[in-house]
Design a protein around this ligand. Structure first.
Ligand code: FAD
Length: 436
């Protein structure tokens, strides 16, 4: 080795710091441990005093289920899932519940590896990821560690993370999965989009015991969305069908918001949901009446597309919502965070096969593979919300029945590109294109 040159990176000594222990951060740790088992120094730093999630349901499409299977956590996640009976959403009319179109979940299709779309309670799902990491000791898990700034060390070899508790730690690679409000994104991105912005919709959320509504349920599946002008209402089963997850979306101008903050703990009286959905299909009314006296009320924020996820010469990289927070209307933000984790694992594995090319090149390989797909998901998630509520130019001048036909045509195969995607082939194609 020449005097002054650095030793080639080796997985034994290479250190990875993952900031944020949500679904994205924990999936990232699982991916690296699974795909690069010789990596010995992976630590997740979570700002909260414990690894925990909110009480709400979340859908995990088969694209993400296939990845969870590779990480060895699919079976445990499947065991806590609700059963959608093979249906992603049955889209129905707001007024009488007639079906507009049924969107299949692509469960058990050829190439799926026997996985299905999962519908899970977020806290139970995070617990599955957490316990797998804890029990296999494949990564260290730290709490009460809020990252405030990242700088390069004086020799330029490592990134140094400064935490709010006045401690710091150096790592060869920092992967920031610190969510929609990402501090790391704010520090490094130079654009004007420093904060999330209001999307034009609020949602009311509730978790009901299934026993409150299952009697006389008129449909084949509990995964149903009712669509109407300026509102849509969705339910799906979680926790082995013991619980029905309810999310009711309403379009509102900024002026109509009052002092509503973006917070998982904001609530509103149930009477407000009753008034918003009065006159809707009888099954919707029944679900609303079974909601808790003060359902959650959430201001939905969105982020602009970000064209750069790799900073500080490849030592700092964004993943999950920090890179590409998207509206929930396609139910795929967490799925895309899980996709990030898979591609990051592939990129780091490829880096150690040829470390002399440098880490930054491989982090750009991660970015080049993931960014176009994630941005497409951000845009189509916005469009999905508008189409659900019959807003946008394609509905101009159409009567209600014609609008339903537009929805039918748009949603029939809308999710195929999300769930049916071959991520590994995508990664390999990008690798070939970049000559790596
Ligand atoms: C109403 C709603 C419904 C949704 N439904 C679905 C769905 O059905 N399917 C789906 O796939 N997606 C859904 N999503 C999107 C999904 O919730 C997100 O895409 C996903 O949670 C992103 O995970 P993440 O780990 O990147 O971010 P987060 O879940 O936000 O986790 C970030 C973590 O980082 C921690 N953190 C933050 N700052 C710091 C710091 N400075 N230092 C250390 N730690 C820090 C936080 O405490 C948190 O634990 C929905 C979103 C909403 C709002």
């Amino acid at each position: 080795m020449a005097i002054g040159s650095r030793p080639a990176a080796s997985p034994d000594t290479f250190s990875v710091a993952i900031l944020g222990g949500g679904i994205g951060g924990l999936a990232m740790a699982l991916s690296l441990a699974t795909q690069v088992p010789s990596l010995k120094n992976i630590t997740v730093y979570e700002q909260a005093p414990a690894y925990k999630e909110i009480g709400a349901g979340i859908g995990i499409g088969v694209n993400a289920s296939r990845i969870l299977k590779r990480y060895g956590v699919y079976e445990a996640a499947n065991a806590i899932s609700g059963d959608r009976n093979g249906i992603h959403r049955s889209l129905r009319r707001w007024d009488n519940g007639d079906e507009i179109v049924s969107v299949g979940a692509m469960d058990e299709e050829a190439g799926n590896g026997g996985v299905r779309q999962l519908s899970v309670h977020r806290a139970e799902f995070l617990q599955v990821l957490y316990e797998h990491i804890r029990d296999t000791a494949c990564a260290k898990l730290e709490t009460d560690k809020r990252a405030v700034e990242i700088v390069e060390d004086q020799k330029g070899g490592k990134a140094v993370i400064h935490f709010a508790d006045d401690t710091h730690v150096a790592a060869d690679l920092v992967i920031a999965c610190d969510g929609i409000h990402s501090n790391v994104r704010r520090q490094f991105s130079k654009g004007s989009d420093l904060m999330p912005r209001y999307s034009g919709r609020v949602c009311y959320r509730g978790l009901l015991p299934m026993s409150a509504v299952e009697q006389d349920w008129p449909y084949d599946s509990f995964a149903v969305s009712w669509l109407g002008p300026s509102r849509h209402f969705l339910v799906f089963p979680i926790s082995q069908n013991k619980t029905l997850n309810v999310v009711a979306f309403v379009s509102k101008t900024e002026a109509e918001l009052g002092d509503l903050k973006e917070s998982w703990s904001s609530t509103a009286p149930r009477s407000e949901v009753e008034a918003e959905f009065s006159g809707w299909d009888e099954t919707v009314q029944k679900v609303v009446r079974a909601m808790e006296p003060r359902p959650g009320k959430w201001k939905l924020n969105d982020r602009e597309l970000l064209d750069q996820w790799v900073y500080l010469g490849g030592k700092v990289v964004l993943g999950g919502d920090a890179a590409h927070a998207m509206l929930p209307h396609q139910g795929s933000g967490a799925g895309h965070a899980i996709e990030d984790s898979f591609v990051m694992g592939q990129a780091i594995k490829a880096f150690f096969e040829n470390p002399s090319v440098g880490l930054e090149t491989y982090m750009k390989l991660y970015q080049e593979t993931r960014l176009p797909r994630a941005q497409r998901a951000q845009l189509t998630s916005r469009q999905a919300g508008d189409v659900y509520e019959m807003q946008g130019p394609e509905f101009a001048g159409l009567v209600f029945e014609q609008r339903l036909q537009v929805i039918h045509d748009k949603f029939k195969d809308r999710m195929t590109w999300v769930w049916g995607h071959d991520l590994e082939a995508d990664f390999n194609a990008t690798r070939t294109r970049l000559g790596l």
